[in-house]
Design a protein around this ligand. Structure first.
Ligand code: PLP
Length: 494
């Protein structure tokens, strides 16, 4: 660990030019998304749009949407963002919603809303439950944890969509909401929204569609003629949709929407306290202060691109996705996970490939400067694709072929570094131990004054996954895996 002194405020303010230069320097080791080599986290429609959004953002740099009466401009823009999103998602004149700071906040709010609705309409439910696919975004785990609900996760079918029969069976008298994705982040497939909606409607249970990823791209893909199954307010049982503008709406981070079929739902999202010495306080979303700049840049992004701009970007993104997907499929050592319908490609090693793992490939790709998103269940690599990745598809495929050759000629690469750690994390039967290890990473990363974090530090951390791997090697994992299989067998026989 590199020792460094804790920073204190400078006595006098420093030279602004120098500060800007220093900040520019700090970016040297950041993910280099500008060259299109990062396949997640960034949604970039081009420099010109970016520069325009900075101007829009700066116009409302200090404004606060905490009080919608104080800044009527912000209230108007928020309303218009909701109007535009509602029309894209086939809402009607009753569709109501708010802007939020991101997909996670939109989901937290939907869960809070349906919990409070159930408290009012079904007060006999003492242990409220959410029923959702195993692939639902972790924001639902966070929400269930924060609002005291149980999240019942339903297994996926072989096509990575939720198994509707099992979802139906998971619904009980305690179910206060059902959720599903359009599409889910991990593999880019859409859950069978229509089927789930009809179950939800028949049981009078609210149904939330998480379209955080797809909300601002699927409608354009449908218009372009791609066979996208309806997932929005056209389906009667859908009661709410989350849709992120900071993804394919191309606004800066901090912009999402949560929409409900009507005010009868949205009103349960609001929060009011009337006996605070600071005054009567009422708030539409989770934060107190709400950055006006986020609302302004979301509004500006939608207005500046318009249908034509979005259609062009969607066209370019899906063509890039197809090129990447078919390119990966053409490499015998890989196969695509599921059958993605959106702009996500997840791939793993083909059946029968045993001399290297997908995590060994991920490590090699990282050494070539690619931003890699590793997933588990099954172990695979995820790519969220944008138009701006187009020039990088060929170099990426070339490097993938080189990765295969490298892993083949260097057997055992998976036994070290990140490949070993991710491999072990994915395989370890004790998920509690994995959880302990990743929480230790957070403690090490956020230790007071800590800036750099080196995974090697985990090796020294007793009880962590890496130290286990270092001390006992791969054999430990194999033994634990066998042990858990035996335990399962024993349990089933009893
Ligand atoms: C399907 C889905 N839901 C929710 C989220 C959470 O969004 P955020 O990271 O903006 O909180 C994501 C993010 O990738 C997502 O893909």
């Amino acid at each position: 660990m590199t020792e460094r002194e804790r920073v204190t405020l400078p006595n006098d303010g420093r030279c602004k030019e120098e500060l800007l230069e220093e900040m520019q320097g700090m970016r040297a080791h950041d993910a280099r998304w500008q060259d299109g080599k990062t396949w997640s986290m960034i949604y970039h429609p081009g420099e010109e749009h970016h520069e325009f959004l900075k101007r829009a953002h700066n116009l409302f740099f200090s404004e606060n949407a905490l009080n919608p009466m104080a800044f009527k401009s912000l209230k108007r823009m928020e309303t218009e963002v909701i109007d535009m999103t509602a029309s894209l998602l086939h809402g009607d004149e009753h569709t109501a919603g708010t802007m939020t700071s991101g997909g996670t906040e939109s989901i937290l709010l939907a869960v809070k809303c349906y919990r409070d609705l159930a408290r009012k309409k079904k007060p006999w439910i003492l242990r409220p439950e959410i029923v959702a696919p195993q692939s639902i975004h972790v924001a639902f785990d966070k929400a269930a944890h924060a609002f005291g609900l149980r999240l019942k996760k339903v297994p996926l079918g072989p096509d990575y969509r939720v198994d509707v029969r099992r979802l139906h069976k998971a619904i009980s008298r305690n179910t206060i909401m059902i959720a599903a994705s359009a599409p889910q982040y991990a593999h880019g497939v859409l859950d069978p929204i229509e089927e789930i909606a009809s179950i939800a409607e028949a049981r009078s249970i609210p149904f939330h569609v998480d379209a955080c990823f797809g909300g601002f791209i699927l409608p354009w893909l449908e218009k372009l003629g791609y066979p996208i199954a309806p997932f929005d307010f056209r389906i009667p049982g859908v009661t709410s949709i989350s849709s992120d503008i900071h993804k394919y709406g191309y606004a800066p981070k901090g912009c999402s929407t949560i929409l409900y079929r009507n005010m009868d739902y949205l009103k349960h999202q609001f929060f009011a306290v009337t006996d605070w010495p600071g005054g009567i306080y009422v708030s539409p979303t989770l934060p107190g202060s709400r950055p006006g700049s986020a609302i302004a840049s979301a509004w500006a992004s939608l207005m500046a691109l318009g249908e034509t701009g979005f259609m062009q970007l969607a066209h370019d993104a899906i063509k890039t996705t197809e090129e990447l997907r078919y390119g990966i499929e053409a490499i015998a050592e890989f196969e695509i996970v599921g059958s993605p319908e959106c702009t996500i490609v997840s791939y793993t090693t083909s059946p029968g490939i045993e001399d290297f793992s997908i995590y060994g490939i991920a490590d090699f790709m990282e050494t070539q400067g690619w931003g890699v998103d590793r997933q588990q269940l099954p172990p695979c690599i995820h790519c969220s694709v944008n138009a701006f990745n187009a020039n990088q598809v060929r170099p990426y495929l070339d490097d993938l072929r080189r990765a295969v050759a490298y892993c083949r000629s260097n057997p055992g690469t998976d036994d070290a570094g990140n490949a070993a750690m991710y491999g072990m994390m994915a395989k370890l039967p004790s998920r509690r131990f994995v959880k302990y290890s990743v929480l230790r990473v957070m403690e090490l990363m956020y230790a007071p004054g800590k800036v750099d974090f080196d995974f090697e530090e985990l090796t020294a951390d007793e009880g962590s996954v890496l130290s286990l791997l270092n001390t006992y090697g791969r054999k430990a994992i194999n033994a634990l895996t066998e042990f858990s299989a035996l335990e399962k067998l024993f349990r089933n026989k009893r």
